[in-house]
Design a protein around this ligand. Structure first.
Ligand code: SAM
Length: 252
């Protein structure tokens, strides 16, 4: 049963600020994703799958832009899903599933989506699993449908500059934490764990993700484009880039 969360929008806001500490241009990548959806639907209401959607960031923005969209959110984290559920109510189908296994798509309400969107998430999975997942994503898209994955994807032609960009971004992030303008990842989870409604779900989350963070394996864009091509997409490329992050797009 979904717990009663006093103000899910307060959690949405603090999640967004916490993520923006890592990704100051986070909204730009979402706008690029939604422009891509717009480009493939010919004015129809889109069916969008928000993969590893967490608190529902992409689903909420999809519904803001396309109010009649049918959105499905898949994730494994019970605390983030509870916030998503309280925010989206019956405007999206929310599914608990592990993207680490091929069974994740068995509970999807639709056979074919116009778009599958994911952000800052697939780096939680091992390399061989990402390659398999790309093929599974292709299978749930209609012909002409599009997949967009925005994540940490350094430019392998700029190794030295990328390192410098990441060092400067870390310094700015630490300055914000020191000034108290944003919560760090661990502080955000500590606050969620102290909330009476979320506490039991955060405890379950810690059992699901015992290390609390991703393995930090971040292959470059070229790796993702090769994996998407191998997965059978007919057109693959870089949709957006911001420093060491990028969004790759693939058309079925
Ligand atoms: C940093 S959050 C990003 C969430 C959201 N896309 C956003 O941009 O705010 C990473 C998400 O990946 C999810 N995730 C990681 N491994 C997963 C797995 N094996 N199956 C399903 N979701 C997973 C986490 O639960 C979390 O919600």
């Amino acid at each position: 049963m979904t717990p009663y969360i006093e103000d899910p929008w307060a959690w949405q806001e603090s999640w967004d600020r916490q993520q923006e500490a890592y990704l100051p241009d986070r909204e730009h990548r979402f706008a690029a994703m939604l422009d891509t959806v717009d480009a493939v639907i010919d004015g129809r209401a889109p069916r969008v799958l928000d993969l590893a959607g967490g608190t529902g960031t992409i689903s909420l923005r999809t519904l803001d832009r396309f109010p009649t969209a049918q959105t499905t959110l898949v994730d494994l984290d019970p605390a983030l899903l509870a916030i998503a559920s309280a925010s989206l109510a019956d405007r999206a189908t929310i599914i608990t599933a592990d993207l680490g296994t091929p069974e994740w798509h068995s509970a999807l309400p639709h056979r074919e989506y116009d778009a599958v969107l994911t952000a800052t998430a697939l780096h939680w999975l091992p390399a061989d699993r990402i390659g398999q997942l790309y093929a599974e994503v292709r299978d749930v898209l209609r012909p002409g449908g599009v997949f967009v994955n925005a994540d940490h994807m350094p430019d392998d032609t700029l190794p030295e500059l990328t390192k410098r960009l990441m060092d400067r971004a870390r310094d700015r992030r630490n300055a914000r934490y020191a000034a108290g303008s944003m919560l760090s990842w661990s502080d955000w989870w500590e606050r969620a764990g102290a909330d009476p409604a979320l506490a039991p779900l955060v405890a379950r989350r810690h059992a699901i993700y015992p290390t609390g963070h991703s393995p930090e394996w971040n292959p470059p864009v070229s790796w993702h484009l090769a994996a998407l091509t191998a997965a059978g997409f007919r057109e693959v490329g870089t949709l957006w880039r911001g420093g060491p992050d990028a969004a790759v797009a693939a058309v079925r």
